[in-house]
Design a protein. Structure first.
Length: 315
């Protein structure tokens, strides 16, 4: 038996030229489609064996990463209307600070500033990106799209340094407010049956370059903080950007998680490794494409034509 685990981030009607959220209407079409074609199951309870599917339909689960507040405003009404279970994975530092993850902030500051140049001193980024200027929005968006995937791969200290350099130069943009769920809201969601898990403490890429002690610290402290807030250590860790390796999996298990979620467009076969559960990310795009992703045809087409798998730098 297999289960398709779908991944969402933001659901709201506000346009974003870098990382468009899924609109509430698109989200409702998705949930309606899933409800009609699958049995939508609670991911963690099903994998733990506590929830028994009816077996009359294919299985799928709905998950959200990052913990944006638009989940309450735009996703929950649809989730409640169609009575489907869902799971959400929060970044504990973002809950504490009420600020979005650095991936969002980097885009937000650059998009909203009126300055037209940015200098970054860092040996960790290519020389071509250290002195930048742009003449219009298109050029600025191009720059953000070049920068984002590189920031994801550099050291944590290097990234924080670059974020600070950026904030020193961009003084005409205020921190975005009220974008993230707070602990009271997370407790309310838990009481409504939403499964709450960890998406780390500060959203680092847990790649081979990330120190193992830091991996342990990230996974353990975020789990403990969630336990302090909602009363139980989270069942699952969602690896930031879906990045993990065998040591990350081992540490996740050691600190107390029962499963780990990544991002790969394929179903999860029950009883496969619980620490590399693939999830199929869904995007803001025409509905027929989303339908292809949900029923697996897009992957088949991509395999046939050897098209590059799309990896979104903001995940
Ligand atoms: Zn994330």
């Amino acid at each position: 038996m297999s289960i398709k685990v779908f991944l969402f981030h933001r659901v709201n009607p506000h346009p974003d030229p870098i990382w468009p959220p899924i609109t509430p209407g698109h989200f409702e079409r998705i949930v309606k489609y899933l409800k009609r074609n699958f049995e939508v199951v609670p991911l963690e309870e099903t994998l733990l064996g506590n929830y028994k599917p009816t077996k009359s339909k294919k299985l799928c689960a709905i998950t959200f990463d990052d913990g944006y507040r638009d989940f309450i405003e735009y996703a929950m009404p649809v989730i409640n209307k169609y009575k489907v279970p869902t799971s959400i994975y929060v970044i504990t530092d973002c809950v504490d600070s009420c600020l979005p993850p650095w991936t969002y902030l980097f885009n937000f500051f650059l998009l909203n500033t009126s300055i037209t140049s940015l200098e970054v001193e860092s040996i960790e980024i290519p020389p071509s990106l250290r002195k930048n200027n742009w003449k219009n929005l298109e050029e600025k968006i191009d720059l953000i799209k070049q920068f984002s995937p590189i920031l994801k791969t550099i050291s944590d200290e290097g990234k924080e340094d670059i974020m600070q350099q950026m904030q020193v130069q961009i003084t005409d943009v205020e921190m975005p407010k009220n974008l993230m769920l707070n602990w009271d809201e997370i407790r309310l969601l838990k009481n409504e049956g939403v499964e709450i898990g960890s998406h780390s403490g500060k959203h680092p890429a847990l790649s081979k370059d990330f120190h193992l002690d830091s991996v342990r610290h990230e996974l353990e402290r975020s789990g403990k903080e969630i336990k302090a807030a909602i009363g139980k250590f989270p069942i699952a860790i969602s690896y930031p950007f879906g990045i993990y390796n065998s040591q990350v999996k081992k540490i996740a298990k050691e600190v107390g998680y029962k499963m780990g979620l990544t991002v790969l467009p394929k179903p999860y076969t029950l009883n496969d490794d619980h620490f590399e559960i693939p999830r199929i990310e869904l995007y803001s795009e025409p509905f027929y494409k989303t339908r292809f992703r949900m029923n697996g045809q897009l992957q088949v087409l991509k395999n046939v034509f050897s098209l590059e798998r799309s990896i979104h730098p903001n995940r």
